[in-house]
Design a binder for this molecule. Structure first.
Ligand code: COA
Length: 189
């Protein structure tokens, strides 16, 4: 199965929303209670993702991973830091990255992150942050493999369950290949 990474278009909203919901259910079942996952709705997520197209920002990037048959199996979105996320202390932010279980650990997450970090670097952002659930060890190892540095922690009520998140920070260096020095040097797969 070959995977194409491309910019998302408005017609991808349903595919992105489906991956978002299925990604939560597959990836968070070991550390979120079933009640926290039960209320997830594709329709609600579609409305949320529609917003990304309603107010386009050229500094933000939404990429999808697509299989040969056109199915969306992953996505990433990053852009300027959002209001309320200043605690990350970075200029830009990764808002979400999700892959379905069936395509994990094939370098697709790496390709998605590279695409967004390169884009943010070209737009002059020098630092990128994100929040990840503390118990989400596979994602934390992924960010660490990409050169992310862990930092502050915060706890909050996630659909009725208290959870702790850890901040990760990526420093982008100036130049055309801003994201490259701290990223995995292997060729894209
Ligand atoms: C986190 C995620 C995006 C990683 O994407 P991926 O395509 O599976 O990761 P890659 O294949 O690009 O991995 C690159 C490197 O990261 C590290 N890594 C990735 N997953 C890992 C894991 N589960 N355990 C340990 N290290 C891991 C490895 O060093 C890996 O290189 P290697 O496979 O040569 O050893 C993906 O697993 C995912 O969507 N998870 C569920 C959603 C999620 O948790 N999102 C984060 C929300 S903040």
């Amino acid at each position: 199965m070959s995977i194409l990474i491309r910019d998302a278009v408005e017609g991808d909203v349903e595919g992105i929303a489906r991956v978002h919901v299925q990604g939560w259910r597959e990836s968070y079942r070991d550390f979120l209670r079933p009640e926290a996952l039960a209320g997830l709705s594709v329709e609600e997520r579609m409305q949320m993702w529609q917003g990304a197209f309603a107010q386009p920002d050229p500094r933000a990037k939404l990429l999808v991973a697509q299989t040969d048959d056109g199915g969306i199996v992953g996505f990433v979105r990053g852009g300027p830091i959002r209001e309320g996320a200043e605690q990350l202390g970075t200029e830009a932010e990764i808002f979400a990255i999700y892959l379905l279980d069936k395509v994990k650990r094939r370098g697709i997450g790496l390709r998605l992150m590279r695409g967004v970090l390169d884009h943010l670097g070209r737009h002059g952002f020098r630092s990128v942050g994100l929040w990840v659930l503390k118990d989400n060890l596979s994602a934390r190892r992924f960010y660490e493999a990409l050169g992310g540095q862990s930092g502050a922690e915060q706890s909050f009520d996630l659909r009725g369950q208290m959870v702790v998140e850890v901040a990760y920070r990526f420093d982008l260096t100036p130049g055309m290949d801003r994201a490259a020095p701290m990223m995995d040097p292997r060729p894209l797969r």
